[in-house]
Ligand binder design. Structure first.
Ligand SMILES: [Zn+2]
Length: 414
């Protein structure tokens, strides 16, 4: 009997304990369901807010880009530059000059179409990225490699040689190029090529000098121009970075060599994302550019080939095909400058270097011995050239051309 009472007592206790446990575990309306807090939704707190900020801005840019209508090829000048996109700097953009254009702005015309830019955006080209030489660099006293590349070696820092400085494109359809193009995906860091002060940062570029209109260019998109704090032969030096997706500096800001000034993109009149890079000597003007390949330090164990092709009358031969060959293979091609400034020029587009007086340049050539082949008036002119590291090798096709061209004479029959 006592055993039965004991067993019943244990059963009652177990039942009571189970009921209490279930009661405590019942869903209760007064305790809210645990939801992830806003803090828990935030990404890794160790990541810098800076990186997320510009990623977000790029996302925004991409959204805008997908819905924006294509830019008009001949836009009317806009007299109200919008402030540059910034994430950090709060000063309002400096309006450098009153805006009263008195001369019509240059007309935006065609630039490389999608297939060309896409072809040169081949990422395999980007894998070839030995470190660039340090600047300033003048192993040969004639050289002035004073600017670093505006993009990192890990980015695609090869120039788009099919649209070389002074070229008008493969079929002569493009505007004569006043800079070089560095194909890069949207969002790569674009860096100041040397120290100086930002004199323009924004879109709808328009420039005044002493109150007088100089130029404007809608087609540059978001563009930064730096006036450098050193000169060349007593002249001021400027570099220009166009088609940026995002500008990270403001006009009036001092920047150091390599400082990030923006992110690569496809703003303005372009067919694909790239950095358009110009070097301007003496004056901030579209008509005072020089070939950036003579100013930008080459890669380690690479050099630059520059040359001059003249006609019998001594003028610079324009739009002539130049090939760099090795072992019978074409390594690179370019063309001589179209519409360069020369003694008989009333108007011009591009300029030869003060030192080299060239009318073609091929950059980033691995050291070695090459042949430079020029096709001129149906003749093949060939010169050997030895490319040495971190220097310019000059090839002169002048003397041959000063000699009169042979005139065909009838051969005696028989
Ligand atoms: Zn360009």
């Amino acid at each position: 009997m006592r055993k039965v009472i004991g067993a019943l007592t244990v059963l009652v206790l177990v039942t009571v304990a189970s009921v209490i446990t279930l009661w405590l575990a019942r869903p209760r309306a007064d305790v809210p369901e645990v939801m992830p807090t806003q803090a828990a939704l935030l990404p890794d707190p160790t990541a810098t807010p800076r990186s997320r900020a510009w990623e977000a801005v790029i996302q925004g840019e991409l959204m805008v880009e997908r819905t924006a209508p294509p830019p008009s090829p001949t836009p009317a000048p806009t007299h109200t530059p919008t402030p540059p996109l910034r994430w950090q700097h709060t000063p309002t953009p400096v309006r450098l000059r009153p805006e009263r254009p008195t001369v019509p702005p240059p007309t935006a015309v065609s630039s490389p179409r999608e297939p060309t830019v896409a072809r040169y955006n081949d990422p395999r080209r980007g894998e070839f990225s030995p470190p660039p030489e340090q600047v300033p660099l003048s192993l040969d006293p004639r050289d002035h490699f004073w600017f670093r590349r505006p993009v990192d070696s890990s980015a695609n820092s090869a120039a788009l040689f099919s649209y070389a400085y002074g070229s008008d494109g493969p079929n002569g359809e493009w505007r004569i190029h006043h800079g070089i193009d560095l194909p890069n995906p949207i969002g790569k860091e674009v860096r100041a090529s040397a120290a100086g002060r930002v004199i323009w940062a924004g879109d709808n570029y328009v420039w005044y000098e002493n109150g007088r209109y100089v130029e404007s260019a809608y087609s540059y998109g978001n563009v930064v121009i730096i006036e450098h704090n050193f000169g060349f032969q007593g002249k001021r030096l400027y570099t220009l970075y166009a088609h940026l997706q995002l500008i990270l500096v403001y006009a009036g800001q001092d920047v150091q060599t390599g400082e990030i000034i923006g992110l690569s993109g496809r703003s303005g009149v372009v067919s694909g994302p790239h950095v358009h890079f110009e070097v301007r000597v003496g004056r901030n003007s579209y008509y005072e550019t020089r070939n950036p390949l003579l100013w930008m330090a080459p890669y380690e164990n690479h050099g630059v080939v520059a040359g001059r092709v003249t006609l019998p009358d001594g003028s610079l031969a324009q739009d002539v095909t130049v090939m760099l060959m090795k072992g019978g293979r074409v390594i690179d091609t370019t063309t001589t400058y179209v519409n360069p400034r020369q003694p008989n020029s009333r108007t011009w587009n591009v300029n030869s270097d003060e030192v080299w007086r060239e009318n073609f340049v091929i950059g980033d050539v691995p050291v070695g011995v090459y042949q430079v082949v020029v096709l001129l008036n149906g003749r093949r002119l060939i010169r050997d050239v030895t490319v040495r590291p971190a220097t310019t090798s000059f090839v002169d096709f002048t003397e041959l051309e000063v000699m009169p061209l042979p005139t065909p004479s009838p051969t005696p029959a028989g």
